[in-house]
Design a protein around this ligand. Structure first.
Ligand SMILES: *[C@@H]1O[C@H](CO)[C@@H](O)[C@H](O)[C@H]1NC(C)=O
Ligand SMILES: *[C@@H]1O[C@H](CO)[C@@H](O)[C@H](O)[C@H]1NC(C)=O
Ligand SMILES: *[C@@H]1O[C@H](CO)[C@@H](O)[C@H](O)[C@H]1NC(C)=O
Ligand SMILES: *[C@@H]1O[C@H](CO)[C@@H](O)[C@H](O)[C@H]1NC(C)=O
Ligand SMILES: *[C@@H]1O[C@H](CO)[C@@H](O)[C@H](O)[C@H]1NC(C)=O
Ligand SMILES: *[C@@H]1O[C@H](CO)[C@@H](O)[C@H](O)[C@H]1NC(C)=O
Ligand SMILES: *[C@@H]1O[C@H](CO)[C@@H](O)[C@H](O)[C@H]1NC(C)=O
Ligand SMILES: *[C@@H]1O[C@H](CO)[C@@H](O)[C@H](O)[C@H]1NC(C)=O
Length: 802
């Protein structure tokens, strides 16, 4: 996976090996220029170099890196950066040692982005800049008096002999490829202890040494207030709080560096001549003990094979698909706002650190639950051996066999059965053969697939770093952990989670495919009852002539989508020619069915359906997976749950049903349903997410008028074809002729609803719909703009612009 990436990103793999003209010092009045690749300062022994290091497209930082053995541009071990948070342009930028003795970094010949405050008042001071053999860049005069040194301002690395002091914390970089300041910090605290802190956008939390230990339990002392720590060249680290360690290769004098890594761990890396960098010490052995990886309402899990991952608490959905530090958000409203009945779901071996209210000893579980139910802001309890902690926030979650104690999540009782309990990994290993996990290896081994995705991305986006981040996040988060059942106070939750089913299993579950509940885009849908008693909808695809690997790749993408307004996919089956998808079953059927019935769908429900489906589509389009277009948005594909909350169904199907045509043009044939299709399909224009926006606009008009674009009442299939022509541009004509809105709204509104409707809501629905069905795709809003417009319709008194 890495090779194709790097090749694309760094078409020129420049080598930083020593050039013939080695420059050892920089004198007053001279400068190093980003335009000249040879403008590099080198230490006398050649071990370190300082110069402009590329950190992105046309973005450079002035940096120091290990240059022995020589490294190519993307794998040098960078140890320091002057301007990590303000990269400079790749043209006309330079580092100058001015006559007055100050060093300045100038971006594009204009702005000073970084400077040393070393001007001497008396004019010329005869300073020079030199990179010492220790990796320290110093500004000194003839008498070797140092007025500035890079060792005094570490970034994410501490070199041997470089002191970590009270004023100089070491801060991780954001990620492997993003060198800007990250969230993890190694620093001396007010009590003189050396600590690790996660200092994120939402929470701040110390996680090393273990926060529940006091200083002597952790083997530290607080009395020495000199607050200084250092690694010596032999691998002996000593800190003034008595924290001491020796690296595993202690003794040899080889290259070393101590780094606060972007994953929040502190490691010492060593490199002997001609070898790779090796980890010779690390602070934390249990990856989930690091805070902040998984944001609020999520838990960290670790599996030796798959590494670290995060899972949402039951009843929660990811805040951002690309960034787990954002955590998860509840799918239900706050218990303080709504007086819903609540219940608890138990998750054994789990823990959320901190933010408990108080600690109550000698409580039975029942008493503990009662205590929590009595507080509207209590989100759950941690219960361990008669100790009860009600939790007001779910932060720093961890789920691991080594954790003692259980978590009881508080959730609304009404939707209890639909919540998933995340499974603890080792449980899966105890019953092999029962569940077939989604094969993970193909992602890694089959490069052709990865490259294909890559090309799609590169073609679609111009911003290269954005692309890189997208790809990485998509690949990293493909595999969400399996989920498992657990007892919930009497309820038994069967094994849930995304998985592969066998055909036989589905045959049984659907009773030989006997109960058909629908037909549509590419397949027939059957009702099924799974072994664990969950009711499911099984879609048998009849046109999926995709190869198995390709199908699996799609599945693992779709299985990862998790949003309250997208239908939950439970699994799939790929056996021989059979391709089946297993979804949750929606009791209220589709919006189409319900629009055609005469009652129930009142205005507030219709409005909620509009907002909810827009949210679902926005998530599809604008989260990590821009390429999951729906391509068949219509009322038949918007399903309603027991609370009439909409869930978009059949997303991603357009890619699976790759019907014909050359392999790479996946949209070789018109997709969708007549009446809902954007003009791009007809005029053979590029297909973007705006085709879904168009179809959504038509659905909105249908919600308002109760009439389908195919004529007659909604859902009467096969109506007049030319009806659709009349349906769409009609809103626009009205708009041009300037008929007052109130008048024409009466004309168009679903006659079944006259009298009960809220004009403002209708106005905003119509206004948004008309913008969505614009012939010009660039004039259509994005789905997230649609959500915004719908939600803020009531703000202030401004009239809706249409
Ligand atoms: C490590 O350094 C400390 C402080 O300099 C010293 O007291 C200690 O003996 C050293 N340990 C070893 C094994 O050399
Ligand atoms: C405090 O720590 C520093 C650095 O390890 C050491 O040099 C100094 O002697 C210590 N002071 C006391 C009072 O122990
Ligand atoms: C715990 O509660 C029980 C009954 O309420 C009581 O008998 C027992 O002494 C208590 N134990 C402690 C350690 O307080
Ligand atoms: C749970 O209780 C056990 C025994 O009292 C204790 O060792 C453990 O640290 C506790 N776990 C947590 C997470 O508090
Ligand atoms: C990888 O893809 C090739 C075709 O591109 C296919 O022949 C091969 O079987 C695939 N390998 C795996 C492990 O799926
Ligand atoms: C399904 O069909 C098979 C034969 O095709 C039959 O033996 C079996 O009893 C059927 N099962 C059900 C539940 O109808
Ligand atoms: C919506 O459609 C479903 C399935 O046809 C039906 O069971 C339900 O009663 C309908 N609801 C309303 C309000 O018409
Ligand atoms: C269009 O509508 C007219 C009148 O409603 C009808 O006579 C005609 O057959 C329709 N055309 C098509 C193609 O359905």
């Amino acid at each position: 996976m890495r090779n194709p990436l790097l090749l694309l990103y760094f078409p020129l793999v420049l080598s930083f090996s020593l050039t013939s003209s080695v420059r050892l010092t920089l004198r007053e009045g001279s400068s190093l220029s980003v335009d000249k690749p040879d403008d590099i300062l080198t230490s006398e022994d050649g071990a370190f170099s300082a110069g402009f290091y590329p950190v992105g497209e046309n973005a450079y930082c002035f940096a120091i890196w290990f240059s022995k053995p020589s490294c190519s541009i993307h794998n040098c071990a960078v140890v320091w950066m002057a301007n990590r948070d303000r990269p400079i342009n790749g043209r006309s930028s330079k580092l100058s040692l001015r006559k007055k003795g100050n060093l300045v970094l100038i971006d594009a010949g204009r702005t000073v982005v970084w400077a040393t405050r070393t001007e001497s008042p008396s004019g010329s001071s005869r300073k020079l800049l030199q990179l010492l053999d220790t990796g320290n860049l110093v500004l000194r005069d003839k008498q070797h008096i140092i007025s500035w040194q890079s060792f005094d301002s570490p970034t994410n690395t501490l070199l041997p002999l470089q002191k970590l002091t009270r004023n100089t914390p070491v801060v991780s970089s954001r990620s492997k490829n993003d060198f800007s300041s990250g969230y993890y910090k190694l620093y001396f605290d007010n009590d003189n202890l050396l600590r690790l802190l996660f200092d994120g956008p939402k929470i701040t939390s110390v996680y090393w040494p273990d926060p529940w230990l006091n200083s002597w339990q952790a083997g530290r002392t607080t009395y020495n207030d000199s607050r200084v720590a250092m690694l010596d060249p032999y691998g002996n680290f000593t800190s003034s709080d008595d924290f001491i360690f020796l690296t595993s290769d202690y003794g040899a004098k080889i290259q070393r560096r101590l780094m606060v890594d972007h994953d929040g761990n502190v490691r010492v890396y060593s490199q002997s001549e001609g070898e790779e960098w090796m980890v010779s010490w690390q602070a934390i052995s249990e990856p989930c003990a690091i805070h902040g990886i998984c944001g609020p309402n999520s838990m960290c899990t670790y599996h030796p094979k798959d590494g670290r991952s995060c899972i949402c608490a039951p009843g929660h959905a990811r805040e951002s698909l690309s960034d787990w530090t954002q955590g998860c958000k509840p799918k239900f409203s706050s218990f303080c706002d709504s007086k819903v009945e609540t219940e608890f779901i138990k998750l054994p071996h789990a823990n959320f650190y901190g933010y408990g209210k108080d600690l109550y000893r000698n409580f039975t579980l029942e008493e503990c639950k009662k205590l929590c139910l009595g507080m509207c802001n209590c989100l759950g309890i941690q219960y361990n051996d008669s100790v009860c902690f009600p939790k007001l926030k779910l932060l720093n979650g961890r789920h691991s066999p080594s954790v003692t104690g259980d978590i009881y999540f508080r959730v609304p009782k009404s939707s209890l059965p639909s919540y998933k309990i995340p499974k603890i990994e080792y449980a899966a290993l105890q019953c092999p053969g029962k569940e077939v996990l989604l094969p993970r290896t193909y992602v890694k081994t089959n490069r052709s697939w990865a490259i294909k995705i890559l090309l799609v991305f590169v073609g679609a986006t111009a911003g290269m770093e954005a692309t890189l981040v997208l790809i990485i996040c998509c690949l990293l988060y493909r595999n969400r952990p399996e989920k498992d059942g657990a007892h919930i106070d009497g309820y038994h939750m069967g094994p849930t989670g995304f998985r592969r089913f066998t055909y036989d299993e589905l045959k049984k579950a659907t009773r030989n495919f006997s109960k058909e509940i629908g037909r549509g885009s590419g397949g027939i849908v059957f009702k099924a009852v799974l072994l664990d008693c969950r009711v499911a909808a099984v879609k048998q695809l009849h046109e999926a002539n995709q190869g198995e690997n390709e199908f699996l790749a799609e599945m693992s993408t779709l299985g990862n989508l998790n949003h309250m307004n997208l239908i939950d996919m439970w699994g799939y089956c790929a056996e021989g020619k059979h391709r089946l998808l297993i979804y949750e079953f929606m009791e209220h059927g589709s919006l189409a069915e319900n629009l055609s019935s005469l009652t129930e769908l009142d205005w507030s429900k219709r409005f909620e359906i509009a907002v909810g489906s827009a949210r679902g589509l926005a998530y599809l389009h604008e989260e990590c997976l821009e390429w999951v277009l729906h391509c068949d948005v219509k009322p038949q594909n918007i399903l309603l749950d027991s609370m009439y909350q909409p869930k978009v169904a059949d997303f991603g199907l357009s890619k699976i049903l790759k019907r014909e045509g050359p392999k790479d043009s996946s949209f070789s044939r018109i997709r969708g349903t007549r009446g809902y299709m954007a003009p791009e399909w007809v005029y053979n224009m590029p297909i973007t997410s705006k085709v879904d926006v168009y179809s959504y606009g038509i659905v909105l008009l249908e919600l308002v008028t109760g009439r389908s674009p195919r004529g007659g009442l909604a859902n009467t299939e096969g109506g007049d074809e030319n009806e659709s022509k009349r349906f769409t541009p009609w809103g626009k004509e009205r708009r041009r002729t300037g008929v007052p809105m109130e008048t024409w709204i009466k004309e168009i509104v679903d006659p079944r609803l006259i009298g009960e409707c809220d004009n403002r809501k209708i106005e905003v629905l119509v206004a948004v719909a008309v913008r969505c069905v614009d012939e010009n795709r660039d004039a259509r809003p994005t789905m997230s703009q649609v959500v915004e417009m719908l939600l803020h319709y009531g703000d202030e008194d401004d009239t809706v612009q249409i």
